[in-house]
Write a protein that binds this ligand. Sequence first.
Ligand code: ZN
Ligand code: ZN
Length: 462
Amino acid sequence: MSKEEDKEDEDWSNYASAGYGSAYDPWADLVPLEEEEEEVDDYDLELDEFMISSPPPSDDGLDNLVRLGACNYCIARLSGKLFTWDDAEQIGASLRDASINRGANKDENVEYCPFCEDLFVDIETIANQVVEQLSKFEFKKLQLGAHFAKDQVVSEDDLRTQFGATGSQALKSAFNDALSNQLSKKLDGAELVKEQPEVMLLIDTLTLEPAIELRSLYLYGRYCKLERGIPQTRWPCRACKGRDGGCESCEGTGQQYSTSVQDQIGEPLRAAFDARDTAFHGMGREDIDVRCLGRGRPFVVEMKGPKRRYADLVEMTELVNSTSGGRVEISELRPSRRSEVARIKGTDAEKSYTIRFKIEGECDPTKVEETIASLEGVTLEQQTPQRVAHRRADKVRHRKVVSITNISTEGNEAQMNVRVESGTYVKELVHSDEGRTIPSVAGLLELPCEVIWLDVNDVHAD
Ligand SMILES: [Zn+2]
Ligand SMILES: [Zn+2]
């Protein structure tokens, strides 16, 4: 160890033993340095002066709000005194007058209310604009939302905590309440709600632009499809995919088929409700060449962006049935909601069909009828049919034949009513799909069978 190092050690041991009371404090020179480094902000200093006094509702606290340049609404909001949004302006003004009489004056450099940036001053103008825009739409339930810039929310929160009375309402919910108060007086027959609105109104407090969202309208009903060759939903043209106004093969419609159950029902309703578009949710679907009879298939039709909402549903039913000209008929129309779409989609309803088919080859009618009857109660093993293999996973499904009734034969044609579990491929029950469905009528007869027509007689739901 050199002499130099030895000396250093000695010095450090001195520091370590030096107490606060000792004459020699090794840190003493650091303390004033820290204070010099702290930046002095004029505004912060001013706020510190305000901090000396107590918060509202004390006179000092109220005087501070006036000096800071709070608007009358924010003075009332932060005053800790009782007020409503009807008298807030007036209460704020009289509190301000009292402060001025005590000698408090607004800081002349303040241009706008530091709490709300003069949002409350504009509130009636905002309300009038909104009411004007909403007047184009029919609704009874309105939900209000406001979007504030994050930095404004943060800075108002700081200021309010510092200068507002304890428990003062935050900017966002205060703005919502104040605007709701205005709107509830100006909107005729509509109420402001917190959930399940028909119309959502969102105000951007920077641009003051109201964004209006018309929530979907849902109607439940049952449909019968009385004509073959109509798909359940719109089906874009295979050639052009419905793009660019269609092509030659779809004659410019963009659709593979000229109409659909969706449009037969949805289009007249869309026009009546002045909606932008429709969506169609059926409890399962029948093939294009299959009719749907009996009580019909449950569905929910969704009106997107409806400007009208209230209509006599008996009239709406008649409207659909008369414009469809016997192709599609609806019944049991009633109001529905979004959650029912999931129920419709998720219900595994048994279905009853009438099916007529041709048997290729010589066969004794009694044997045919006995063979068909023997299928009642069996569980089918159905490998995904070739006709749907391109859009369904290839696997084996098990489905039960619940009942078979009304079996009849006529020459080499046979007909039956069959009730099956949801998801049964019923044509395959007849023709076997080259042995992919076991057992089947064709398989048991060891003769090819061809389906002539098929109807859905009932969807056993509700
Ligand atoms: Zn204000
Ligand atoms: Zn096309």
